[in-house]
Design a protein around this ligand. Sequence first.
Ligand code: 1HE
Length: 265
Amino acid sequence: MSADLSAIKLPPSLRAEQRGAVAVLRLQRAEKRNALNDTLVQGMVTFFDSLPADIRAVVLAGDGEHFSAGLDLAELEERDVFGGIAHSSSWHRAFDRIQFGKAPVVAVLHGAVVGGGLELAAAVHIRVAERSAYYALPEGSRGIFLGGGGSVRLPPLLGVARMMDMMLTGRTLGAEEGQAIGLSQYLVDDGAGMAKALELAERIAGNAPFTNFAVTHMLPRIARSDPAAGFAAEALTAAIAQGEEEAKKRLKAFLNKRGPKVVRG
Ligand code: 1HE
């Protein structure tokens, strides 16, 4: 584990900066519309694996006019079946590091969020979309298939019927449609995404660390398990959470009229 964000060696297509307890990671390949090549994807693995312990939330954003144009099609050289499996598996491992990493991740989505870019967006925890954002799965028209975990992560967000439509007909969804179906949790004006994401990330960074772990690592797994196993895992998680010093401190603060009240949104 690195003690300092600036010590993490990243490729030129990624840039990281620290803002207190929040790390901002930018895809910095605007000239190729932030297309995801192997170097960039491995750079994300390095980043998420090396996050210093004092980073409590991450904001992920793309430079230029688009979040990401997905898989770098220039790298789609002749691969045999097993080469293809290895490539897809490497994306699975990389995006797993994001979904089940050390800190919750908030993404700022704008412009094209397509193909592998949408698969990447599906691996984060909170999606803030700017009005310019649009979503597409052009794999169908390219003669390829999802490979970055989209078959697993996108159905809960989009539904299989909508994915079929997007993949078979090339239909795109606008930012408002994405917000209406719950793909993004926040919709903001163009240019306002980073400020909103930082505000949310700072709030997340202020949570008890075990709660953030439980929400990002346990909740999605419990939600997919059978109810009996789910209830057992939930009970255990709840018991561990409330046994933590941090929880005791926060509960006491509230009971002593020092903790924050829930406010109407
Ligand atoms: C790229 C890529 C890319 C742009 N791979 N080089 N993804 C796609 O099918 C989306 C393909 N891209 C596009 O449809 C458009 O580029 C955009 C709508 C995203 C943006 O349009 P625009 O007009 O702003 O940019 P552009 O002129 O199309 O592209 C600028 C440069 O980026 C250009 O290179 P240049 O050297 O001619 O300047 C493009 O070739 C390059 N570029 N997108 C490589 N994707 C794990 S499986 C995941 C499967 C998928 O992700 S499939 C979806 C792939």
